[in-house]
Design a protein around this ligand. Structure first.
Ligand SMILES: [Zn+2]
Length: 70
C-alpha cells in the first residue's frame, strides 16, 4: 500500500462563502479551468477578491452571469 498521490489538502478558504477548498491553478489542473468565465466576470472577481473562489461559487456566478446576459 503506497500512497503515490495524496489527496490535495483543503488549504484555501473561499473569500466569498468561507468554505475550505483547494485550487489547483498552480498545479496541472484546476476545476475552474472547466468553467468558461467571461472576461468581464474574471476582471470583476480579480478586483473584488484577491484570491480564487471555490468551484461552487464560480459555478453560481457563471450561472448568474449567463442569466443576466440572456
Ligand atoms: Zn465559495
Amino acid at each position: 500500500m503506497s500512497a503515490a498521490t495524496p489527496p490535495p489538502a483543503l488549504d484555501d478558504r473561499c473569500p466569498r462563502c468561507g468554505q475550505p477548498f483547494h485550487c489547483g491553478a498552480q498545479e496541472a489542473h484546476c476545476d475552474c479551468f472547466e468553467l468558461k468565465l467571461g472576461e468581464a466576470l474574471r476582471q470583476q472577481l480579480a478586483q473584488q477578491y484577491s484570491r480564487c473562489l471555490c468551484i461552487a461559487c464560480l459555478r453560481q456566478l457563471q450561472a448568474e452571469q449567463g442569466h443576466a446576459a440572456g
